[in-house]
Ligand binder design. Structure first.
Ligand SMILES: Cc1cc2nc3c(=O)[nH]c(=O)nc-3n(C[C@H](O)[C@H](O)[C@H](O)COP(=O)(O)OP(=O)(O)OC[C@H]3O[C@@H](n4cnc5c(N)ncnc54)[C@H](O)[C@@H]3O)c2cc1C
Ligand code: FES
Length: 274
């Protein structure tokens, strides 16, 4: 193994206390930790968070700066549930930040987020607020309770630029996040679209933007172990999501169309739905 000095530093596990915990809804909590390296993360990058005695998991950065890093975590299994049970002052470990980041574009941009996929896009939107001509946001979730960061988005983008969708119609439009897109594309010419969320949603956004030749950057998730391109558990086609992603361009995604939105490796190495 020949890791560069920089990667060696990023890849060294640093133990640190949780300095703040905020409940976003019934199943998602935001955790803030002190760490000088992770505090330098750019929008789109992820960290590996070690929950002592349980597991180490990849998480997108929600916020970074002033010596701190925050992640928003949905409780779905063993590691995330243990993390949700932890209190302020509890010790965790961090590695990273790792992976590619979103391009901080000028011009008119649209961000499309689903579930916890909204977290890295909110981080990006905060950075773009001073640069882009106009920011528009589409966020989708199953129910109103699962819509994340509505208030934060309203203050970053202006409320009229945020379009919310829920599958049960409990807030905003009753539909999937991808449904209003054709109309939006007819109305406005976007310089760049960013998306992150459930992979089938991301694939649909890709198909729609490809048809209209609109530039796209999308963040993907895969099972991750090492986080630095060595173990192969996050492979998609010729890419390793931890090293070559998680943020991919439309051109890169066009090379892995057979797998993107179709299948991924499960814990036992078998192919499962993303
Ligand atoms: C780059 C990246 C960024 C991520 N960012 C976030 C984030 O900001 N917030 C957040 O809540 N989660 C995020 N995730 C997903 C998170 O890593 C998993 O939810 C977590 O690892 C689950 O661990 P667990 O032990 O609680 O669940 P497990 O018991 O390991 O699994 C519970 C269920 O979740 C599924 N699962 C586990 N990991 C993944 C994955 N990577 N992709 C799809 N399904 C998975 C399993 O197949 C299983 O069905 C991210 C994943 C990646 C790769
Ligand atoms: S997680 Fe090991 S190669 Fe990506």
């Amino acid at each position: 193994m020949n890791l560069s000095a920089n990667l060696t530093a990023l890849n060294t596990l640093r133990t640190t206390p949780i300095v703040d915990i905020k409940a976003e809804n019934d199943t998602v909590k935001t955790f803030t930790m002190k760490d000088k390296l992770c505090a330098k993360a750019k929008p789109g990058q992820f960290i590996m968070l070690w929950i002592p005695g349980v597991d180490e998991i990849p998480l997108s950065v929600l916020n970074a700066g002033n010596g701190e890093v925050s992640v928003s975590v949905k409780a779905v299994g063993d590691a995330t549930r243990h993390l949700h049970d932890m209190k302020t002052g509890g010790i965790v470990g961090v590695r990273g930040p790792f992976g590619t980041c979103f391009t901080e574009s000028r011009g008119r941009v649209l961000l499309i987020g689903g579930g916890t996929g909204t977290a890295p896009l909110l981080f990006l939107a905060k950075r773009l607020a001073a640069k882009a001509d106009r920011l528009s946001f589409v966020i989708g979730a199953k129910t109103k309770n699962e819509l994340l960061f509505l208030n934060d988005l309203g203050s970053v983008c202006s409320e009229e630029s945020v379009l919310a969708t829920t599958e049960d119609g409990s807030y905003g439009l009753k539909c999937l996040a991808t449904e209003p897109l054709e109309k939006l594309f007819d109305k406005e010419k976007f310089n760049l679209i960013y998306t992150c969320g459930p992979e089938r949603m991301v694939r649909k956004v890709y198909d729609m933007t490809e048809k209209r030749k609109i530039a796209l950057e999308a963040s993907l998730e895969r099972l991750m172990r090492c986080g630095i391109g060595l173990c192969g558990s996050c492979v998609i086609g010729k890419y390793r999501v931890c090293r070559d992603g998680p943020v991919f361009t439309a051109a890169q995604l066009s090379e892995v169309k057979d797998e993107f939105g179709v299948s991924r490796l499960g814990f036992d190495g078998s192919r499962i739905q993303p």
